[in-house]
Design a protein around this ligand. Sequence first.
Ligand code: PMP
Length: 402
Amino acid sequence: MTHGFDLNDRLQQRDAQDLRRHLEVAESVSARTRFADDPKGGAPVFSDEMAVFASNNYLGLADDGRVQRAAELGARTIGTGAGASRLVTGDTRVHRALERDLAACKGTERALVFSSGYAANIGTIDALGPDVVFSDELNHASIIDGCRVGASETVVYDHCDPEDLRAKMAARADEAAAGEDEQWLVVTDSVFSMDGDVAPLAAICDVVEEYGAWLMVDEAHATGLFGDTGGGIVQREGLSDRVDVQLGTLSKALASQGGYIAGDEVLIEYLLNAARSFVFSTGLSPPNAAAAREALRIARETDRATDLWDTIETLRDGLETMGYEVLGETQILPVVVGDRGDALELADRLRDHGVVAPAIRPPTVPEGTSRIRVAPMATHTADDIAQCLDAFRTAGAEVGVL
Ligand code: PMP
């Protein structure tokens, strides 16, 4: 008898289902960089330079000198690591300054930073401990995992469909004998990472308010990009007062690492006591906090996103003119190919033409909707954009999807 784990067998099953992933080394996080296959302990052997349309470093700030200097200063003046949970000795002035800036940006009383957006989702949903979570069917994995950990029951509603949400809340209210006493949380991404579309937040607020439930919005892909001060879709739609919990990450447009919750004083005071991923995890590292703070300042005070929107328009127009179907309405451009094999081959051919953009296939997206996810950065040049369009034209013809 054996009680161990046969991981080789599990990996082979993944191979058989075409679900095995491999690491690849990038030389930098710039809009153009070189890649090497997993060197497995040896020195990486890098490819030629490629144009990267596969990063969430949307504003291209992760290798910006101002943000790098802020991180250096954070490390030098405070330290490279927080050294303890924020509740012990890991709470420093840079954490407080970042949280003040985030709250000001989001228009909330207060904010709290976590070590990742993933940890913020899990810790927050778990700490709220809802009887029922109503969750959009395309919500991010960290929301799904938060529901698994923290919710007594999860009801999934149709993607971006407030009427389905209303119907499911009504059914639940009828069904639950003690329905009046239940605590309900509705959770949605604002920008969906695989479809690049935007949740109809005002209509969702209407439904949530009919039932006196709470609404939590994940702005991971929106922070720093939408709204007057980069406050996200909630800010752009003027809904700050109607959303109870705003979540985001510091790891995408804000060029760092970490996550945040923004909301009322009482929400933050409660979470810093009750969110286990905050209480029992070392505070965000000071250089990360300092970098995020500087990136947030740049996002708020400059028109850096303008270059990004120009790039997106050029790419969308160019791809559609070639005959591609491009979904979404945001900085994420999902180019639908349909067949999973075609999507994988197209991604490979794009690489042959010096462009990195990943194939997204089932189970991440529904069968028959495999796609290439094109994510431009504000630092892409006109040459990068031209190279991307040329690659899609040539590779698309080679694979036969145009
Ligand atoms: N929410 C969404 C919608 C995301 O896309 C991600 C990251 N892919 C996260 C949360 C998690 O954020 P982090 O990477 O900071 O853990």
